[in-house]
Write a protein that binds this ligand. Structure first.
Ligand code: DAT
Length: 175
């Protein structure tokens, strides 16, 4: 959806551990787009409410966060990095990239991060059941959703190039 932004807004989403931050950081360095780490923004702007003991993470005050992000999104040129996508306004995004990783690789990455027990299992199941892909498909038009497999350093490089090519095409078509 082009709302006369000079640059596109991109959402990089997927299960924790699939490589969203790694991709977003490299992409931001290459494109000079702003990397918006939603979890960090929520922390910095006091959008985290009381702790959810079952899921071992704080509740996100979504409305407050959206108010804070609205101004940032208006000019385009944002890479939004978050393990959720349904609560953002659809009009914010021109491209939605769902990052995917196979179970064994994801298990190793999340174990290395210190995840254990229910938290580890829930995240692996989230990837197996394609929860984030389904969430993206129910929130955005199919033509703006792209899946990227991200297990190896070679794939990381390819994924960066694919997103940069997508940005260049967007500019040709929209400016
Ligand atoms: P996320 O932001 O989705 O939680 P991350 O970017 O922190 O994930 O990556 C999790 C770990 O996996 C981190 O140690 C970096 C590593 N990683 C990410 N993409 C990779 C790739 N394509 N090849 C090898 N390691 C990768």
């Amino acid at each position: 959806m082009n709302l006369n932004r000079p640059l596109p807004n991109i959402l990089v989403t997927g299960t924790p551990g699939v490589g969203k931050s790694t991709i977003s950081k490299k992409l931001a360095e290459r494109t000079k787009f702003a990397w918006r780490e939603v979890s960090k923004l929520a922390e910095e702007h006091n959008c985290l409410d009381e702790y959810d003991a079952e899921y071992q993470c704080p509740f996100l005050n979504e409305d407050k966060l959206l108010d804070i992000m609205e101004g940032m999104m208006a000019k385009g040129g944002n890479i939004v990095d978050y393990h959720g996508c349904e609560f953002f306004p659809e009009r914010w995004f021109d491209g939605v990239f769902v990052i995917r990783t196979n179970n064994t690789t994801l298990y190793d990455r999340l174990s290395a991060r210190g995840y254990t027990g229910k938290k580890l299992e829930d995240n692996i199941q989230c990837e197996i059941f394609e929860t984030l892909l389904e969430e993206a498909q129910s929130s955005y038009k199919p033509e703006i959703i792209m899946q990227l497999q991200n297990e190896t350093p070679e794939q990381l490089q390819e994924n960066i190039e694919k997103i940069i090519e997508w940005i260049e095409r967007w500019k040709e078509q929209n400016i």
